[in-house]
Design a protein around this ligand. Sequence first.
Ligand code: AMP
Length: 435
Amino acid sequence: MAKKFLQTPQGMPDILPKEQIFFERVLAVVKDFAHFYGFKKIDTPILEFTELFEKGIGYSSDIVEKEMYTFETRGGDSLTLRPEGTAPIARVYLQHGMQNLPQPLKLYYWGSFFRHERPQEGRYRQFHQFGFEVLGEQSPAIDAQVVQLSYRILEALKIKPLTILINSIGCNLCRPYFKKVLKNYYNARAGQICPDCKKRLKKNPLRVLDCKEEKCQQVKNQAPKIIDHLCEECKNHFREVLEFLDEVHLPYILDHYLVRGLDYYTRTVFEIVPVDVSDFGKGKEFEAGSQATLVGGGRYDDLIKLFSRKEVPAMGSAGGIERIIKEMKLGGERLPHSKGPAIFLAQLGDLGKRKSLKLFEDFQKAKILVAESFGRDSIKSQLKIADKLRVKYTLILGQKEALDGTIILREMESGRQEIMKLDKVVDMMKKRLKR
Ligand code: AMP
C-alpha cells in the first residue's frame, strides 16, 4: 500500500497529459460559442468568504450543510473553496458596479470547483465546470438562449442523444403557497417517506422532490405539481420559454418534479441529460439530478437581492466537464493527438551541446517544433529516442560540425544523410517541411 500522502486526496483526480486534449477540446468549443453568443470571460478566486455561499446557495442546501471545504485563515476569516460559480458572479456584479454597464451583462467562466461529496463515477470532490451567466434581463428569450447555448455546446462535442428536462419553480409570490400544498400532501403520507425527507419538509420542502430513496419515489409520483400553482406571470414566462425552445427545435421534456439543489433558483430550471427524448415515458425515465446530468441551470432573479437591495433578474447554466468528457469517450470520440515534432535535434560533445541550445531557440522562434534529449550523450541512445518519436528528420550536431559551422541532416526513413550549413538550417528545414 503506497503512503497516503503520495496519493491524491479522495475524489480529486490528477488530469494526466493524455486527458488534457479532451479538456482543451471542451474549452475550445465553449470559448467559440461564448464568443458568438456575446459572453465575456471572467475569472474569480478559488476562495471566497464563506458567508457568500451560505447566504447565496442557502443555509439548508446540501452544499452548505454538508459539502463545503471551509477553513479559518490565520487572520481569523472564514473562507470556502468555491463549490459553484453563480454566487461569486453575483458578488462580482455588485463589487464592480456592473449594473452601470449595458445590460444584460453576459459572463462566462471555467475552472475547478470543490464539494465534499461521496466520490463515485461522475461525482468528484474537485471537478471542473464551465458556466454562463446573464444578468439584468428577465425576458424568457434569455432563458431559452442559455438552454440553447448549453445544448449546442454538447451537440458540437458530438454527444448523442441529448434531452433537456425543464420546469418552472415559480417566484416568491406563488412558491410559498405551493410549498404549503406540498407539505400538506407529504405530511399526510409521513409514514411512507424517509427520515431525510421529514427533515426537508420542515426546512426546505421543495427538496423532497429531489429525493432518490425508493420509498419516496412512490409518494413523489403522485405529488402535486408546481406548474398547476404558478401565478399568472410565472405561467406566461414559462410558456414563452417553451415557445422559444420549440422555435429552435430543441428536444425537451417537462419534468414537473425538477427543482435542483441550489436555493437561489426562481422560475425556469433545467438539466441536460444524455438520454434520447423518445425513451422518456417508457419506463426508462432518467433520474434528474443523478450522476449523468451534463449541464444544469436556471433563473435566479432573487439572488442579487439577497446581498443588496437591487432587483437584478438573471439566468445561468453550468456544465460538468468530467461528465461531458466521459460521454464524449462513450460516443467513441477520439481526438487527434496534437501533432508531434517532425525534427529531432541530437548533439555530441560540449560544443555541439552549446550550439544546440541556441539552434533549438532559433527553431522555436521560427515556430518549428523540435524534439531533443539534451541530457543524453551517446548518439545511439538519442537516435533511439528519435525513432520512438517517429520524427521525419534528425539533425546531428557533433563536435566536428560545431567547429565547421555545419550540421548533419538524417532522413529517418531512408537513413540518407547530408551536410548543411548551420546558419541556413532553419530556413532549409522550413522549406523541407512545407513539401
Ligand atoms: P450544479 O452546480 O450542481 O448545478 O452542477 C452543474 C453540473 O456540474 C452538473 O450537471 C454536473 O455535470 C457537474 N457536477 C456537479 N457536481 C459534480 C461533482 N461532484 N462531480 C462532477 N461533476 C459535478
